[in-house]
Design a protein. Structure first.
Length: 85
């Protein structure tokens, strides 16, 4: 496997504390999980038809709300940032 040197330098800088192996393992898990989600989307569309624009817009709005809530909790600081509401 060959990784472009500039990308590897960026990854090493970002992964300095936890190490390159941990960073790569996390990236591979993320990719695997994303692939599984795409398989689920394909299956759901086969079962229920394609997603409508209204459904897509509603999903993106919900994601924006979740992102805003995550940002709110993370900027609130403290050890309670990850607890459920």
């Amino acid at each position: 496997m060959t990784i472009p040197e500039d990308l590897l330098d960026e990854i090493r800088a970002e992964a300095a504390e936890r190490g390159l192996s941990a960073y790569v393992a996390e990236a591979l898990r993320f990719k695997r999980d994303r692939d599984r989600l795409l398989e689920l989307v394909d299956w759901l569309q086969e079962e229920h038809g394609p997603v409508t624009e209204d459904e897509r817009a509603a999903a993106f709005a919900e994601l924006e709300d979740l992102d805003a809530e995550h940002e709110r909790r993370s900027t609130a600081g403290g050890h309670n940032a990850g607890e459920a509401a």
